[in-house]
Write a protein that binds this ligand. Sequence first.
Ligand code: ADP
Length: 262
Amino acid sequence: MPEALLQLKNICYSYHSLSVETPALCNVSFHINPGEFVAIVGPSGCGKSTLLSIIAGLLEPEEGTIQFHNPDGSLHYPKIGYMLQRDHLFEWRTVYQNAVLGLEIGKKMTKENTDRVLQLMKDYDLYKFKDKKPSELSGGMKQRAALIRTLALNPQLLLLDEPFSALDYQTRLMVSADICQIIRKSGKTALLITHDLSEAVSLADRVIILSRRPATVKIEVPIHLTLTEDSPLASRNAPEFQYYFNLLWEALSDEKNETTGR
Ligand code: ADP
């Protein structure tokens, strides 16, 4: 068994104001192996974004430990890429200038890094649009440009916070499949937050369902689909797809019913 890239043990976090305490996470434990694509699904407001902020180091857990391991087992803090719901491309910069923004801010505009960005743009059909403005791109191309900006910094772990939720359904199907394949080809480890179970089952190696707030891990299911064609779109037709969907749906519905009392 390889050492997990990321190991969370009994993570707890509450938000505090003068009058209220809002517990968001309670004893959250799970791991992610190197190269794995893990999806997290949970009821709205259960604490998913809080969890990502803790993993990204933006919030400090009140209890519990979070560890990142090198392949030799030693501890380190990895480079983390964060992709958000909206692409956040700047209209006054060209697509290329947007893609290298992180490199510019981090003062890492070396030839090696900019060549890598140009290669990614060639690999993912954006090269001929590199001098265009973001408004001239389709929704899917904008998301690809945002992903290239994230990959430009060569992160070891990608955090994806509902990156397809701003897209309409059909575009979302195409773009999520597209982005997932880019991530898999790049060999990156990824953690995807989504509220779409079909998306989670079709894209991920493992799906984690969180309980309602304060979130804890309700069920963790490794996904093994028999595929005739290796694509997330084709995986929706795999014979096991419905089984996984129903299993996870049941776990998720329990949580929603407990919240609404239905
Ligand atoms: P999710 O991403 O699952 O929708 P969040 O992690 O954003 O949930 O939020 C979890 C809970 O914590 C929610 O009830 C939310 O209202 C609350 N919360 C989030 N951010 C803050 C904050 N800065 N101050 C107080 N409460 C917050």
